[in-house]
Structures are given as structure tokens and as C-alpha cells.
Design a binder for this molecule. Sequence first.
Ligand code: F6P
Length: 328
Amino acid sequence: MTKKSINNIGVFTSGGDSPGMNAALRAVVRTAIYHGKNVFAIKCGYEGMINGDIEQLNSRSVSNIIQTGGTIIKTARSERFRDPQGRKQAFENLQKFGIDGLIAIGGDGTFHGCVALYNEFKVSIIGIPATIDNDIYGTDFTIGYDTAVNTALDAIDKIRDTAQSHNRFFIIEVMGRDAGFIGLETGIAGGVESILIPEVKTDVNKLCNQIQSLFDRGKTSNIVVVSEGDDAGGAYEIGAKIKQKTGIDYRVVILGYIQRGGNPSAKDRLLASKLGYWSVKHLIDGKANVMVGEIGGEIALTDIEDTFGKKKPIDMDALEMAMTLASG
Ligand code: F6P
């Protein structure tokens, strides 16, 4: 089969922003230009594709962004792209600009869109995993996850100070609609007393007994980290249940969107640079409908369907370790 030649590359960020998206964009633009290709930014993800909000970039367009959070080409969650008519319009705009290859930077919603575009119009697309949730199969880490964990950890450390000073019980809610990666790692690193994640059914009675016993044994500050997608509810709901059963008073902190912002960590900048670079190399080399990830330090290509069709497992041994370390 002859290799399709790629001359005009469209790049977009889509879904929830994550720190390191700009570093990935910079790597895509610089690598594409180095190889003599034209690069176009599609603004606001699929929304911009539908609206024709597309602009050619040069090397200077991505100066001084490797260190910044957010995404300079904006992002969105597009309802219109779920509709075949929206996708047709998007494809027509790609044709208008002569775009013959796409790099999609985002999470599972973004990759669902890639599959639709590929199946319906055979557009060559390479995905780059970027979401703070880390819930993408085919890569050890997603861009933004490391920064989000460090942001949440910094907050937990600060809350520990006041919990300690007041002998208080805190319930801290971290992001993770469907996945507990942020909850698990911040919980372990923050030395918290309990971690509740969507992958494990929460036994509220057991949790109440644990918290009660910690107080009974003289532990003065107690912190529970809960991922927003936990089956027992959010932090307020869980706090109310514990108070009802034990009488122990609590304070709630919802970390929310601060986890999505801020300057990317060194680890995220390195990952973003690497994945951005390899995405272009593979696109030029004729690959399509795959995501570029990193597994065990090596670049790995995964069919885009598998990135959301298969589930990345959570480390259950790490959870057990966390509970053992918190039992003192
Ligand atoms: O970026 C992922 C995520 O942070 C999820 O954990 C969260 O549920 C979701 O985005 C909320 O984002 P939005 O309000 O942008 O839909």
C-alpha cells in the first residue's frame, strides 16, 4: 500500500484542559515545520473545526508557551460534533484548508470524535493523551496528570496543617469523574487516613468504624481523600453519613478546577514534548487512527478505539499499601 503523503497538519486541543497541552502543541508545531509541513491550529477543538476557526501557525506562534498551563488554542466540549451533520461540516472545513492529517490532543471524549472522523471520512489522525484524570488506556501517564497530583498534594499538605492544629477531620474531594488515579496517588503521597475511589465500592460502615477508631486511638488529624466519582457520593454526602453514624464533625474541601491549572511540572513538559514530537513523526510516516503514548519509558502506539474501549487498571496493591500505612 502506498503511503499517503501529509503536507498540511491540523492540530487541536479538546475536552478538559490539562497542564502540558501547550508544551505538546509547541512540539507538534516545531516538529512539523522542521519536516517542511504546514501546521494549522483548529481553535476550540471540534467547535472550531465546525466553525472553520482555523489559522496557520509558524514557529514563533508557539514561543514561550512550554511553561504555561491551559491551552493557547482554546478547548471545548462540542455537542454539535456528536451529530453527523456537524462532523460533515467539520470535514468540509478541513478540506477547505487542505488539511490532510490531524493531531488531536485530549482525553477519551476527544478520541471518540477521532474515531468518528476516521470511520466516516478516512482522515488520518493521531491522538495525544492529555487529561488530568490519567484514565486513558495505552499510556502509563497522560499529560497534565503529574501536575494535577502535585497541585492537589500541595493543597492536602496545607489542609493537614490546619487539621493538625484544630484536631479536625477533613474530607477532601479531588477530580476524577470515572477514575481514581488522582485520589490514589495524592492520598498515598499525602499520608491520608483513607482513600475512596470509583474503582472500589465504598463501605460507609467500615469507613465510619475506621475513622472512629483512629480518633479513639488518639489520632488528632484525620483526612479522607475522595474522588468525585466515588459510588458513596461526593465529599459532603460522605461527611454527612459519617457524622450521622459517629457524631464526628467534619470539614469539606472540594479542590475542583485548581487541579486543572498551573504551570506544568517538568515530568509533564517532558512527556508532552516527547508525545508531540512522535505524533508528527508517525503521522508523516503514514500511521493513522492511533494514539501515541508512553509505556515503561518507550513510545507505544495504541488503536484509538482501545484507548477508551479498554480500561486502564488502577494499582490495587498500592491501595492496600496506603491502607496499611494509614493504620498506625
Ligand atoms: O478534565 C477531567 C475532568 O477534570 C474530570 O475529572 C471532571 O469530572 C471534568 O473534567 C469536569 O470538567 P468540565 O466541567 O470541564 O466538564
